[in-house]
Every structure is written in structure tokens, then in C-alpha cells.
Design a protein around this ligand. Sequence first.
Ligand SMILES: C[S@@+](CC[C@H](N)C(=O)[O-])C[C@H]1O[C@@H](n2cnc3c(N)ncnc32)[C@H](O)[C@@H]1O
Length: 174
Amino acid sequence: MISRRGLLYALGGPLLAQYEESPGEVPWVPSDDRKIDVMLRMAKVTKDDVVYDLGCGDGRVVIAAAKKTGARGAGIDIDPKRIAEANEAAKRAGVTHLVEFRTQDVFQAQFSDATVVMLYMYRSINERLAPRLFSELKPGSRIVCNQYGIGNRKPEKQWKRGDQKVMMWTVPAR
Ligand SMILES: C[S@@+](CC[C@H](N)C(=O)[O-])C[C@H]1O[C@@H](n2cnc3c(N)ncnc32)[C@H](O)[C@@H]1O
């Protein structure tokens, strides 16, 4: 498991300006706009999707999905400060009719109505969530990870620029 300082160095550059400890195991480091774009395109998000971001920070991924595609979405974060910021950001973006944010531990959260789940958490946390993701999401749902994969699972799609990565898996038919 990478340390918080290790995460910062792995993420690098301008993102270091935006970092805050969290009551959860992963600090808040926001996804940058370019990667959000890659994540939405990789999952082929449309207005018919329901996009969840588990560990949503200030809600930027779910809000971007709503603004760019009209998709509905939900963000879950353990830090109430982030959820307050997400609600404010959704108002500013004019997407409160499409998105909702909840202060909750992702391990207690319900997300079975998602058709796309976004994750920017450590690999070990993604791995702990994986059994629920692959059993509770409908077949065909996409799981997109920013930077850290799901344990050692081989991704179906991968984007790489330098040390920056985005990976995707599709929930198979049962
Ligand atoms: C690296 S940030 C990613 C933020 C956002 N997903 C993005 O891409 O901009 C990780 C976020 O996960 C939250 N978090 C950490 N552990 C959590 C948990 N167990 N349940 C819910 N949120 C958690 C943190 O508060 C932080 O906001």
C-alpha cells in the first residue's frame, strides 16, 4: 500500500497544490480535467448512464459527466467538507437535477443502480470493493479507475501518458 506522501509524488506536479487529509484511508487529491475527459470517453458515458464516483471529493467527475453528457450521477465521500463543496459545485454548474452527493463510507454505500463507477482510490481499496462491484452492478456496467487498478486484475482498456493511467473493466454477463 502506497503512503500518502508516495501518492503525492506519484500524482506529481500541479495536483500537489490540491491535497487534503481525509477521515478515510485515501487523501483528497482531485482528478484533473484531462483525465476526467479520458475517463468519460473510455466508459462511453451517455445521457442514459448513471455515473457513481466512490470517494467523489468535490464532485467534479460526476458533475463533468452531467454537464458533458446529461448523465445522472451520485457521488459518495466520507468527508462532509467535500460533500458540501460538491453540492455547491453542482449548483454553480446547474446540474442539481441530475446529481446527488452523500456523506458516507463507500463500504457502507449502495451503488447497484450505477451503470458506470469511477474510482480514484488505492489499489487495495479497489480490490476490497471489487467483489461487490462485480456482483451488484448490472452486466455491461463499466468500472473506471484513475491511476490505481483493482488488485492485479488485467484491465480491458488502458490509457497511459507518462506515469498517468486510466483503466477500465466491464462487468461480465452472469
Ligand atoms: C484521491 S481523492 C479522489 C476524489 C475524486 N474522486 C476525484 O477524482 O477528483 C479520494 C477521495 O476519497 C475519499 N475517501 C477516502 N476513503 C473513503 C471511504 N472509505 N469512503 C468514502 N470516501 C472516501 C476522500 O475523502 C477523498 O475525497
